[in-house]
Design a protein around this ligand. Structure first.
Ligand SMILES: C[S@@+](CC[C@H](N)C(=O)[O-])C[C@H]1O[C@@H](n2cnc3c(N)ncnc32)[C@H](O)[C@@H]1O
Length: 293
């Protein structure tokens, strides 16, 4: 099946190119709020966040930190609202997100990003479905926010549990998706019993980093192709359109392409174009590139 893959360079906070109810599935991973590597992007995308960091420097108040965190999620929620608009009735939204711990302004805090996203998505009108925990093998145990246990031994009570799982949150717009009786696309898209048993269980153990992963893919925290592959096959049928509003290196688009789905990706960082096009192997499929400034 010939499929189409569109990349739009611009912010997904306004997906004006997409009509209401025109997308069947969203698979995505946003920048994670309160993880240092994304601080500058959030501040660049929203000057009020940059201003709040300055306010924190000047005032050193705990509520400044909370305001920054809330603003970051407010920004992401604009994308979730747009996703709700463009999804068809019964369309599924899959959001990969990690919680984080951080000492800001001298205080240690857990930033439970997954719960903030659930809160926002439910307010927007999504139904929350049972989610997946992606267990990552790489994270080292931490001791009181100061790095690995090292020589600090086995003494209670100041160590904390390692955040070695990320969430794959699942939401549905409206009621179950409807198909005509005996719609062949569903049968052609069926998964195997072994796939079903593994994919629909709550804990996934996938290697976070693939052997071939490049420096750039690590910098933007690309998720493994297998993760996108499973979600595309679990929640869409051949010929559907899959959206990734935070495209990064294009992992969702390649999973869609490999599984005979169309894709649309939004990305603000134009320097990722060579990496995305390399992944999509331009020329093998019809790829239309559109730049939005
Ligand atoms: C965590 S990375 C996504 C990684 C991707 N799943 C992959 O496998 O390569 C998040 C991406 O979202 C992009 N981004 C952040 N805010 C955006 C926005 N408002 N609109 C579009 N892209 C955005 C960042 O530049 C970054 O490449």
């Amino acid at each position: 099946m010939r499929t189409q893959h569109k990349i739009i360079f611009g912010s997904s906070q306004r997906m004006t190119e997409l009509a209401d109810s025109s997308v069947h599935l969203m698979v995505t991973s946003p920048p994670y709020p309160m993880i240092e590597m994304w601080d500058s992007l959030f501040a660049k995308m929203d000057l009020s966040i940059a201003e709040l960091w300055r306010k924190l420097e000047a005032e050193r108040r705990e509520e400044n930190v909370t305001q920054i965190y809330e603003h970051m999620h407010g920004n992401l929620a604009e994308v979730w609202r747009e996703a709700h608009r463009v999804l068809v009735d019964g369309g599924i939204a899959c959001i990969n997100i990690g919680d984080t711990v951080r000492t800001v302004n001298g205080s240690f805090r857990l930033f439970a990003n997954h719960s903030k996203i659930i809160e926002h998505c439910e307010r927007i009108g999504f139904t929350t479905l049972p989610y997946i925990l992606w267990k990552k093998p790489t994270t080292k145990p931490k001791y009181n926010g100061k790095g690995a246990f090292l020589g600090s031994g086995f003494l209670p009570p100041n160590a904390y549990v390692t955040l070695d799982c990320e969430f794959i949150l699942l939401f549905r717009k409206g009621k179950l998706r409807r198909f005509q009786p005996h719609d062949q696309r569903r049968y052609d898209s069926a998964f195997e019993k072994s796939e079903r048993d593994e994919w629909f269980s709550q804990i996934w153990t996938l290697t976070g980093a693939r052997q071939t992963e490049s420096q750039l893919e690590r910098r933007i925290a690309a998720f493994p192709e297998e993760l996108a592959n499973r979600l595309v096959r679990m929640f869409s049928v051949k010929g559907d359109t899959v959206l990734d509003p935070f495209l990064g290196s294009g992992t969702t688009a390649i999973a869609a392409m490999r599984n005979e789905r169309n894709s649309i990706g939004y990305e603000v960082d134009e320097s990722l174009l060579p990496l995305i096009t390399k992944k999509l192997v331009l020329g093998q499929q019809k790829v239309s590139l559109r730049h939005e400034k």
